[in-house]
Design a protein around this ligand. Sequence first.
Ligand code: LLP
Length: 384
Amino acid sequence: MIDRNILSKLSNKKTPFYYYDTSLLRRTIESIKKESGKYGYHVHYALKANTHDAVVKEMVSSGFGADCVSGNEVQYASEMGIPSERIAFAGVGKTDEEILTALRVGIFSFNCESIPEIEVINELAAKEGVVAPIAIRINPDVDPKTHEYITTGLKDNKFGINHWDFDVVASKLKKLKNIRLTGIHFHVGSQITDMSVFEQLSLKINKISAWFKDNDFQLQHINVGGGLGINYDSPASEPIADFAAYFKAFHEYIQLEEGQELHFELGRSVVAQCGHLISKVLYVKQGLETQFMILDAGMTELIRPALYGAHHDISVLTSELEEEKYDVVGPVCESSDVFAKGVMLPKSQRGDIIAIHSSGAYGQTMASSYNMRDLVLGYTTEEL
Ligand code: LLP
């Protein structure tokens, strides 16, 4: 999984840090381009998953657009060289300042999540003397069958506009002069591995886009969001997600009008598998039933296990001794600062190097400096 040839380079860096395998990242991007290209689909990279500059540069050269959720992400995407006509901006709580940033960048689409937000965008666009392209984010009430914290498209979630508000939205859209409806937007959740969820979503979208057509709206694009999951259990056996099956699911079930574009916002599936959190064993301590392997990385560097009970595969890169049972924990003053409980790993000692795999998405971007810890850094293969 991690090329042994780079072990000496990894050992020379101050731990903990993220290592991004550029070769795997490029192969993943190639697979996305090949499979989405078959149908002429448009891919936006969801910046929230990973904003390490060198990683984002790969997205820029691949020609992907960006999916942003803050004014800072919009500004960053634009500064990194993502063409403004490929930048989408979602989020339930866009501030006036953020909306103005996006209006000035001149983005592809404001993905609007409420009626008052549409009114505010119209008002600010009028002040700026422009017409803002908007897509209505719709809550399709589709169960993504994933962790409740990363479910976004059920009717009691805060995201999107519900179908019972469509009539009000339609009349607003017809009246407001400084917005222009260009599309509809969806995103039902993340880490979705059951392709039937995308089939369900496509069938719901067909009904919803028919409603817009019946109400005399011409939709230039449909944006289905992101959500494709990866294999956290055995990343080595599936380093690249099944993009062929993913895009095919939409191709089979979604009905597009002549000339209508289909857009995607992929985050996790693009960057998760290429990232590894590299850490050192500080101490091994005997607990009641298991030993604690205490690392210099903790929930401040990778919060997913503490926040979602997420599983990340762990390897000891510097020991091939017989396996023993460990609770792998971090140094932070919280009992939830645990990466894994009761896992079998090669017998380890102080100084051994550990890799926590599949952590390229929502790892470094969710890091904090709680306990006044240094904010974790990241390096691609070339940057090591
Ligand atoms: N589009 C929208 C509107 C989103 O909210 C998201 C993710 C994406 C696209 C990208 O979804 P992806 O392809 O990565 O599944 N921190 C959580 C994941 C939160 C996802 C938030 N929205 C985690 O670590 O699992």
